[in-house]
Design a protein around this ligand. Structure first.
Ligand SMILES: Nc1ncnc2c1ncn2[C@@H]1O[C@H](COP(=O)(O)OP(=O)(O)O)[C@@H](O)[C@H]1O
Ligand SMILES: [Mg+2]
Length: 362
């Protein structure tokens, strides 16, 4: 067997129900060694359930978990070589930082002298040397979370699971910790399965994102895959802002779909064209930053007449909210210009964007 190609973690067709509630179903994915994969989805979509099954803290109704090529679906948690970090730190309040970090090593019978070295080593890694003798309550939330991380990585687990670990921190600390966890991931070469409901956090941190909705995996791909080539309205709207137009497929050729909007206007889409058939009712998506307010005489693959309803400047970005003749709203975002932008409120404009920026959603 080629060990380097063997997935670190494979889950196959996992299903978990609680009475009539389906918490997770049809869930299959693979994690490569050293990969950072994030389960992203709204609250209740099954993210924690998946993580708990991988950790061995709950058993699935059906399906399999494979770790390092070994079937582990029903293996007890401590036989899985997995570390876990939760949102609420879960440090032992009556133990010092050093004792907290030492705990998993003591459980594994590591000699005292080595424990001391290891504790010092991971305190350096999480950049909190000198904190060894403090109690958790004498630390800030961010510091406590770093200690929880240190305790998780100290025994060198081959997979680290993190369930919304930054959820309790304020925005500034969260931004710092995101980069800190990324750094640890790169430096230690660990495999990470991460959970968040925050799409920005998922895009910043992940090699790949597994988008979850309603107990199912919706789409798995790189952040760019999901952002530029969403395969559902849910994916298009959960990650970033999107303009969505309803249309009928008029023709498909050369990897492009020609779409007719309700008012008869034609639009060309290069994304997702292989997955739709002529005559189908579809929606198509274009990101606001791809839509421009066209200058007089300027051309684009797709052009729609619209009236600007609002112009909102948000620092470096300005948003133009415009209405199409049918009443539908479209948003165009662009870098803020010193002259107040291309069009003021109430102006009749043409919105333009390329076929390459247009994705058909079946
Ligand atoms: N112990 C439980 N008993 C009953 N329902 C549960 C239990 N755990 C989770 N659920 C339900 O399963 C679904 C998925 O939950 P969860 O995996 O925690 O979602 P997420 O982590 O994405 O917010 C939710 O509808 C939740 O209410
Ligand atoms: Mg959860």
């Amino acid at each position: 067997m080629n060990v380097s190609n063997q997935p670190k973690l494979t889950v196959k067709a996992l299903r978990k129900t609680y009475g009539p509630v389906v918490a997770l179903t049809d869930a299959s994915l693979e994690l490569k060694e050293g990969e950072f994969l994030t389960l992203l989805g709204p609250s209740g979509s099954g993210k924690t359930t998946m993580l708990m099954i991988v950790a061995g803290l709950i058993h699935p109704d059906s399906g399999e978990v494979w770790i390092d090529g070994k079937l582990a679906t029903y293996a007890p948690p401590f036989k899985r070589d997995i570390g876990m970090v939760f949102q609420n730190y879960a440090l032992f309040p009556h133990m010092t930082v050093a004792e907290n970090i030492a705990f998993p090593l003591r459980m594994r019978g590591v000699p005292a002298a080595r424990i001391r070295d290891e504790v010092a080593r991971v305190l350096d890694i999480v950049r909190l040397p000198g904190m060894a003798d403090r109690l958790p309550r004498a630390l800030s939330g961010g510091q406590q979370q770093r200690i929880a991380l240190a305790r998780c990585i100290v025994y060198g687990p081959s997979i680290v699971l993190m369930d919304e670990p930054l959820g309790a921190l304020d925005k500034k600390l969260r931004d710092q910790m995101q980069l800190e966890i990324k750094r640890l991931h790169t430096e230690l070469g660990i495999t990470v399965l991460y959970v968040t409901h925050d799409q920005e956090e998922a895009m910043i941190m992940s090699d790949r994102i597994c988008l979850m909705n309603d107990a199912r995996i919706g789409q798995i791909g790189t952040p760019a895959d999901l952002y530029f080539r969403p395969r559902s309205v849910f994916a298009a709207s959960f990650l970033g802002e999107s303009n969505i137009l309803e249309a009928t497929v008029a023709a498909v050729d050369g990897g492009r779909a020609r779409l007719r909007l309700d008012d008869g206007t034609m639009i060309v889409a290069a994304g997702g064209a292989d997955a739709v058939a002529v005559g189908a009712k579809v929606r198509c998506m274009v990101r606001p930053e791809r839509v421009s307010v066209l200058a007089t005489g300027a051309a684009a693959d797709n052009v729609l007449d619209a009236v600007v309803k609002d112009v909102i400047m948000v620092g470096s970005i300005t948003r133009h909210y415009a209405h199409l003749p049918g009443g539908q709203e479209m948003v165009a975002t662009g870098l803020t210009r010193g002259d107040g932008g291309p069009a003021g409120r109430g102006t009749q404009v043409r919105l333009g964007w390329s076929a390459d920026s247009t994705v058909v959603l079946p």
